[in-house]
Design a protein around this ligand. Sequence first.
Ligand code: ZN
Length: 62
Amino acid sequence: MANKSIKISEREDIAPICPFCKNELDEIYYKTQGVGLFTGKNVIYFCPHCRKVLGCGQSRMA
Ligand SMILES: [Zn+2]
């Protein structure tokens, strides 16, 4: 595997596009599951247009 570095640029002027419905994501909905106190919460991010899941992660914010 080539050891290429990827440049990451912050862009506030363009919106990401949902890979499913191709709508611009000027906002992303999320939903948390789990109790959260010690284990953290599972966060599910989804498209507000088609409600397909864009990704998930863990949040330790109560
Ligand atoms: Zn969508």
